[in-house]
Design a protein around this ligand. Structure first.
Ligand SMILES: [Ca+2]
Length: 420
């Protein structure tokens, strides 16, 4: 094992990727317990009926086209995994601010490991960049966040994890479809049954693809007729990630975004992913790159304030929405883009984050939505997810009170709402 691999394995226990939280939500940890807050208290996960579920699943899998003998062989060692259910049920309890997340996701260690990975796999990454038109640093950043540059790809048996989640039923249909695709991968001989391991939620390999993403986007880049994202050799996995980003429209001529300085008197009503203008218009309004120089033009862009008006501002380009195809959380997208920039030698984010604020808990997020709704601002329900409607409701409430309408659901906003 190289030093880089050893370091990456250590890193992965403290950082790890975040799995698909909704937009604007605090990020939850995946494999790393260090990411987790206190797990939710709930009834112990119950494997009763798992065998019956597998028996009932078998004809559905055969109807989906799977070979009965291969299917039986693959399912013979499938087990109910109580820990998978526990993690699935407690996901929304985890709470982390974007700056706490970025401290981990784009730590100096992860930047240094990314530079080492870029050097070690430079020839491969150049070939991938030429084939898919995705900057090599971006591919490395995805690798670094999803699996600590391959050092932690997950050790949970994927068939068992998916069968457990399909049986548990909270999102049963989704995970049953994933399980069928996973079984198809085995039938195709792309990976051995025992080697098909990954995260507790079924994401696999160096770049943590779910089975349906594998089916649609994985490529055989090394030409051995297997689309192998699991083995130590990252060639297929990294090319698959580039293929994924290319498919969703990655534009090699543009950045993902960049940190900007907003002019005095800037209208904060303009800060939203929903407000899209030609870059030239933002330039005319006085928006400038924090690092100096000129804004890359030739595209439309939006101004994003992921921590409100007292934190950093970013001008985000269409590539931002491409990275969202991996994970819709702003914090994740910024982490990928910024890690790529840092690996390429760029500077840290310069503006300070509002570190005096903590993240709202799930109960507090629900209370915020409830209070906004009672006050006449439609927060889009009371589900604890800070999505576009909740952000718009916070903005409208701020405007009505003569505050800066940045839409950020800070503890101060909640306190003011409690005060009526
Ligand atoms: Ca291959």
């Amino acid at each position: 094992m190289t030093l880089r691999r050893a370091l990456a394995a250590v890193l992965a226990t403290t950082l790890v990727a975040a799995t698909a939280p909704a937009r604007g939500q605090p990020l939850e940890g995946e494999e790393g317990e260090a990411m987790a807050a206190t797990p939710a208290q709930e009834e112990p996960a119950d494997g009763a009926g798992f065998g019956d579920w597998l028996a009932a699943f078998r004809p559905r899998a055969i109807a989906a086209g799977l070979d009965p003998a291969g299917l039986d062989a693959a399912l013979r060692t499938a087990e109910f995994l109580p820990d998978v259910v526990r993690r699935d049920r407690s996901q929304n309890e985890f709470t982390r601010t974007i700056w706490d997340y970025l401290d981990i996701a784009v730590s100096e260690d992860r930047v240094a490991l990314g530079k080492a990975a870029l050097a070690e796999h430079g020839a491969l990454l150049s070939r991938i960049e030429a084939a898919y038109g995705v900057r090599k640093e971006v591919v490395v950043a995805v690798w670094g966040l999803e699996s600590g540059y391959g050092g932690w790809r997950g050790a949970t048996d994927t068939v068992s994890a998916l069968a457990t989640l399909a049986h548990d039923g909270r999102r049963g249909a989704f995970f049953e479809a994933q399980l069928i695709e996973a079984l198809r991968i085995l039938e195709g001989g792309h990976v051995a049954r025992a080697a098909m391991v990954g995260s507790w939620a079924g994401a696999m390999g160096h770049t943590q693809f779910m089975p349906t993403s594998w089916a649609e986007f994985a490529v055989d880049f090394d030409g051995d007729d297997r689309r192998d994202i699991w083995s130590d050799d990252p060639a297929d996995a990294l090319a698959s990630a580039a293929n994924y980003l290319a498919h969703w429209g990655w534009d090699a001529a543009l950045p993902w975004g960049l940190e900007v300085r907003l002019p005095e008197g800037f209208d904060y009503d303009q800060t939203s992913e929903r407000v899209v203008k030609p870059v030239a218009d933002w330039r005319a309004m006085g928006v400038r790159p924090m690092a100096g120089g000129a804004l890359p033009e030739g595209a439309e862009a939006s101004v994003l304030l992921p921590a409100g008006s007292t934190g950093p501002a970013f001008l985000i380009y269409p590539n931002f929405q491409v990275i969202e195809r991996y994970n819709r959380a702003d914090a994740y997208v910024i982490a990928i883009g910024h890690l790529a920039d840092r690996i390429a030698g760029g500077p840290p984010i310069r503006a300070d984050w509002p570190r005096q604020w903590r993240a709202l808990s799930l109960d507090e997020r629900k209370e915020l939505q409830h209070l906004l709704t009672v006050a006449g601002f439609d927060a889009g329900g009371v589900d604890g997810r800070i999505g576009p409607k909740t952000i718009a409701a916070v903005k409208a409430w701020q405007k009505a009170r003569g505050l800066v309408p940045d839409g950020y659901a800070s503890p101060d906003v909640l306190d003011a709402l409690r005060g009526g």
